[in-house]
Write a protein that binds this ligand. Structure first.
Ligand code: ADP
Ligand code: MG
Length: 726
């Protein structure tokens, strides 16, 4: 057996198993070895059924049968029952309120049951015990006290995986061909077990600490490779030449003084970071991270100003050119955003001789207009491209139309990407890469993530945080609503609706729940909730829905209707008063009049995500309200949600999420290309820093990794480290 061997060549594999493996991307022996258990069951302290005593909390292993669902207590309460049997006897199990359990467990399968032993009519039974599937080999005579439980996958049992991995371990020499890609000195420094030991530990730990050590090693490995890849591309980027921009804070005064507000300390600090980067002669690669409304555009404007007031170097004359200026490309994800930036920049730069242009799919504009120096004018694409190529346009703002063929700059010195997570790596690189002199890069994002995650995902970028909101900003009034307060909250909302305001209602699901799945009944769906609101709560208002399964044209129409101002023709009424939507729908337009948001099933969301959803009602001139509807009265959940009222910003909430609920609860970890195990490392700032330090050292000493062929190969082959932060 060799590591590269296909599983199908080595083992007999059933069609169902084959398709499960394929789905998991497991092809070779090595892939299977890298398929880790999510947790471990403990088969120690098992009680045999003939040894159970009333009142004890016990663990039993056995075969389950006689599963059925029914109703108890005058048919009011759903219940399920079954019988578990081991070598020594049988005992009945009942579950009240959790009848769905009977459906999740297969008749005659092996299970582990843990719960309190009760007695009724002189007979022992277990009521509402925890139940989980267990591998056969642990039912009775086992030696291991810990057994691996692999991620639940249809067609593939933990038992099967366990046995196959045992076969691999026992096949002679297979593990000997493993070479650890992590340099030995690094393993030593951080006290991590080597690859071979770690594989054995992670699949068949004898003790808890073995499993822990192995998990730590693989978590480190994953983060280390991401860091290595990021540091490598950072190194390559930083090697390039960039325009030297000799500006300091004093030079910025002319712009900053003209802002219609006083810049926050965080804004000033970020501007200073950028100016420092501009001095170096190598390209900046900086990420500006700040909540919605923290004022990223103004920081971007300062960077643009520094560029637009700098002259290009004239190589023929050996001095700075006396005409023209360096240029900026500013890319935004939607047309509406690009237009908004264009308008903001006109305001920021109206007193300065700086030409600004806009390019989108639906046309081009230029400021100032020749006829009206205070306004913009429509121009043809051909004309615009000419002026961009000649260097006459200092700032070109646009959508991805900016990176289409034909857009050529004379002296592109700065590329800005707004809402950078909305663009693919390729698109961002296109903006930066096609020039002789590499432009400085400023990325911006409002996605709040914990510091450790940012250090990892954005390892190739320097970070500036806008962790402070402009003063005087109205706070969103946030209230956590438990079920009994629902009615009160609706009355408050009704008052605001009467005053002409509009409301978002966010639900966790699109469709009506399947009535056979009892758990799902609890979570609201967009469609059902819209019907209910219209029928029972707000019949006098116009209600529409919006979700990701609608066609783009439908979505756009709904959004336009929702943002339409109630004119006199409509009697001052809104076209849509209430928009019921899922959380994934990016609203994209700022609807100033929408000052209310209700979030249903709030316990299902992370705090950082709730914070972002709430951000939708931030921009208006009216006092905004956010009602967080929780389906539970659990004090712990309510306390967690209360953090939304006290936390200063999204980062704080993201840290909270990580600390309280664990990495698995962070939104969209899959989209970041980090495994659940890797996310364990994200909880550990020391580990993330260690991985970063070691990766940086390695790349500094050997930028092409010529002395580390294994690392190089792994970087080139590993898909996970190539996924950028999309
Ligand atoms: P975002 O970080 O979400 O991109 P914007 O740059 O759009 O935020 O700024 C949001 C609003 O805040 C804009 O209307 C802007 O003019 C205003 N603003 C920015 N900085 C400040 C400040 N320091 N003081 C007051 N208002 C500010
Ligand atoms: Mg913005």
């Amino acid at each position: 057996m060799k590591l590269e061997d296909k599983l199908t060549e080595v083992f007999r594999i059933l069609p169902a198993q084959a398709s499960a493996l394929k789905k998991l991307g497991i092809i070779s022996i090595k892939d299977l070895l890298y398929h880790f258990p999510t947790r471990y069951g403990d088969s120690a302290q098992v009680t045999s059924i003939n040894n159970l005593h009333k009142g004890d909390t016990s663990v039993i292993f056995g075969r389950i049968s006689g599963l059925k669902m029914s109703k108890a207590f005058h048919k009011k309460i759903p219940m399920a029952e079954g019988v578990i049997e081991d070598d020594t006897g049988k005992i009945k199990i009942v579950w009240f309120h959790q009848a769905y359990l009977a459906k999740m467990i297969t008749e005659d399968s092996n299970v582990r049951v843990e719960g309190k032993v009760s007695e009724r009519n002189n007979r022992l039974y277990l009521s509402n015990p925890k139940i989980e599937k267990a591998p056969d080999l642990f039912t009775q005579t086992n030696t291991h006290s810990l057994y691996p439980i692999y991620p639940e996958t249809r067609g593939l049992t933990s038992n099967w995986i366990y046995h196959k991995i045992q076969n691999i371990f026992m096949s002679r020499g297979t593990l000997d061909t493993l070479i650890d890609p992590i340099p030995e000195n690094i393993l030593k420094t951080y006290n991590l077990p080597n690859l071979r030991t770690s594989l054995i530990y992670i699949h068949t730990p004898q003790k808890e600490i073995h499993a822990k050590a192995a998990r730590k090693r693989f978590a480190f490995e994953e983060i280390f490779f991401i860091q290595l890849e990021r540091q490598k591309s950072r190194h390559e980027f930083k090697e390039q030449n960039a325009f030297v921009i000799e500006k300091n804070m004093n030079d910025m005064e002319k712009l900053i003084k003209h802002f219609p507000f006083k810049a926050t300390n965080a804004q000033n600090r970020s501007i200073q970071h950028i100016l420092d980067d501009f001095h170096r002669g190598h390209p900046m690669s900086r990420l500006l991270e700040g909540d919605v409304g923290s004022g990223k555009t103004a920081v971007a404007a300062a960077a643009v100003y520094a560029i637009a007031t700098s002259k290009p170097f004239d190589f023929a004359q050996g001095r700075l050119q006396t005409f023209g200026s360096l240029q900026t490309a500013y890319m935004a994800p939607t047309e509406i955003l690009a237009q908004q930036h264009f308008e903001s920049f006109i305001k920021y730069f109206s007193h300065l001789p700086i030409n600004i242009a806009l390019i989108t799919g639906s046309g081009c504009r230029k400021f100032p207009s020749k006829i009206n120096p205070d306004g913009w004018t429509n121009i043809s694409r051909a004309q615009l491209l000419k002026w961009v190529a000649s260097g006459e346009i200092a700032v070109l703002i646009g959508t991805h139309a900016l990176i289409e063929k034909g857009v050529k700059f004379k002296h592109l010195a700065l590329a800005i990407v707004d809402e950078q997570h909305r663009f693919g790596t390729a698109q961002r690189q296109k903006l930066v890469n096609k020039h002789e002199i590499t432009p400085h890069l400023l990325s911006m994002t409002a996605t709040p993530i914990p510091r450790t995650l940012a250090l990892t995902l954005y390892g190739d970028l320097d970070l500036s945080l806008l962790d402070e909101m402009p003063i005087g900003r109205k706070k969103i009034m946030t209230e956590i609503i438990t079920p009994e307060k629902r009615g009160e909250a609706y009355e408050k909302i009704r008052e605001e609706l009467k005053a002409g305001r509009q409301l978002y209602v966010i639900c966790p699901r699109i469709d009506e729940p399947d009535p056979t799945k009892e758990l799902a009944v609890l979570t609201k769906s967009v469609k059902e909730e819209a019907r209910r609101l219209k029928k029972e709560i707000f019949p006098e208002y116009e209600i529409e829905i919006l979700h990701s399964k609608m066609r783009p044209a439908e979505k756009e129409k709904i959004m336009l209707d929702f943002s339409a101002k109630g004119g006199s023709a409509s009697g001052g009424k809104n076209k849509i008063d209430i928009l019921v939507a899922t959380s994934v729908v990016e609203v994209g337009v700022n609807v100033e009049n929408a000052s209310l948001i209700v979030i249903e099933g709030a316990e299902r969301f992370g705090l950082a995500q709730l914070h972002q959803l709430r951000g939708r009602v931030l921009r208006g001139t009216h006092q905004s309200y956010c009602f967080i509807f929780a389906d539970t009265r659990s004090p712990k959940t309510i306390e967690r949600l209360e953090a939304l009222k006290t936390a200063k910003n999204g980062f704080e909430l993201a840290e909270f999420d990580l600390a309280q609920r664990g990495a698995g609860e962070l939104r969209g970890i899959k989209q970041w290309g980090i495994s659940d195990l890797g996310m364990e490392a994200i909880k550990n700032i020391k580990m993330v820093e260690a991985a970063r330090i070691e990766a940086t050292k390695l790349i500094k000493a050997d930028p092409t990794l010529s002395k580390f062929p294994l690392l190089k190969e792994r970087l080139n082959s590993s898909a996970s480290t190539k996924i950028h932060f999309e």
